[in-house]
Design a protein around this ligand. Structure first.
Ligand SMILES: [Zn+2]
Length: 394
């Protein structure tokens, strides 16, 4: 008899595993031992000890695992406006030479572009002329001052000399300013050095990202000849949903990918600033993150980032303990043992973070830590339950 019952159970196991609806092999005896006839209410099933053994059921309790938690935040690679410069002349001129090409690295103050134009010479001559006039007016003012002090000059002449001197002085100051803008030294002109070239210099060290003029071309004031960026301060601007605001702090690691790149490379960075202003439309705040310089990363790229949280010890079950049915996740607990019969109860729960081997059991505290949970063989229980809940169509 023992031999026979073992065979019966084996047949049953195969039936459950294959969820086979073909009951041709069902005998009166299998029916009498079938769990179908022994299930109680919804979510409950019973197995005999030997059925449980054959199904390979193994029990345990909730585990604790450190699970990596990350917060999703998407955004763009950006460069602060102060780290991007358009190299353009302040006065029209002809391009004599462009010293760098796209991709070249330049140092602060280096000559990038050489320009020439008759207007540069004219401007310097104008300066010299005003400079000369000012000298004359200064002497004239001194003379009128002396005459006035000696009470021989007309007061009117002194006032006139004063106003002419002041006006010329202002004119000279304006020209000086204009010359310094275009990089011509007024002191050099005063010493008789007139130059017919001007040089556009790098406002900061960086990389040339574009060159948009060529030798011999006449460029107008304000026209961009070259663009230089300082990649050092390139960063991520991420949009963080308001619910995640309390979790994100300066210094947290960031892992990000560029969906446009097909190589799935993961780049690393770090949160350097968490914004304080909530965007009322998108319900997000800005998170600023820095990353190591990498040539493939350029401003404007869209990024998908994860802000890594401290690994958290969390209540877990092995994935083998979990089944999913119609979108709901379940595990089974052992509720009762009556002689040879073991009762199981299906328990729905909210799944949290999933790793390869574990799944977080979120906010489930209705079960004591000592309760026996089915850790292995769960699929067999599911098959048995589906079969019993599916009714007796045969
Ligand atoms: Zn930054």
């Amino acid at each position: 008899m023992k031999y026979l019952s073992k065979i019966t159970v084996l047949c049953l196991s195969i039936l459950w595993l294959t969820a086979c609806k073909d009951k041709q092999s069902d005998t009166a005896e299998t029916k009498s031992e079938s769990p179908e006839s022994e299930h109680h209410e919804e979510g409950h099933i019973s197995l005999t000890e030997s059925q449980a053994d054959d199904a390979g059921l193994a029990y345990g309790t909730f585990g604790e695992e450190e699970i990596k938690i990350a917060i999703q935040a998407n955004g763009n690679i950006e460069l602060p406006p102060n780290n991007m410069a358009s190299i353009s002349p302040l006065l029209d001129g002809f391009v004599v030479k462009i010293n760098f090409l796209e991709g070249d690295v330049v140092k602060k103050g280096q000559e990038l572009v050489e320009l020439k134009d008759p207007a540069y010479v004219k401007l310097q001559q104008e300066y010299l002329s005003v400079y000369g006039s000012l000298n004359y007016l200064e002497q004239e003012l001194e003379r009128q001052q002396i005459l006035n002090d000696a009470d021989v000059g007309a007061k009117k002449n002194l006032q006139q000399a004063q106003s002419q001197y002041s006006a010329k002085k202002a004119e000279l100051a304006a020209l000086r300013e204009q010359l310094s803008y275009v990089g011509i030294s007024a002191n050099a002109i005063e010493n008789g050095k007139i130059q017919n070239r001007v040089y556009l210099r790098a406002p900061f060290g960086g990389t040339v990202t574009s060159v948009s003029a060529h030798t011999g071309e006449k460029v107008m004031s304000g026209q961009e000849i070259m663009q230089v960026i300082n990649r050092e301060h390139m960063h991520l601007e991420l949009q963080l949903f308001q619910k995640d605001i309390p979790k994100v702090k300066k210094g947290q690691k960031v892992q990000f990918t560029i969906p446009a790149f097909e190589d799935n490379s993961v780049y690393e960075g770090e949160v350097s600033l968490v914004g304080k202003n909530l965007n009322m439309d998108s319900k997000t705040i800005r998170v600023h993150a820095h990353f190591k310089e990498n040539e493939t990363l350029i401003p404007g790229l869209y990024t998908e980032a994860k802000i890594m949280q401290n690994n958290k010890k969390t209540r877990v079950l092995p994935t083998s303990a979990i089944i999913t049915d119609k979108g709901t996740s379940y595990f089974f607990i052992k509720t009762e043992t009556n002689g040879n019969e073991i009762d199981y109860q299906k328990v729905a729960f909210e799944p949290g973070i999933k790793s390869k081997d574990y799944i977080q059991i979120k906010s489930y505290d209705k079960i004591k830590d000592t309760t026996s949970i089915v850790l292995k063989g769960t699929f067999t229980l599911k098959a048995v339950m589906n079969k019993s809940e599916g009714g007796h169509q045969d």
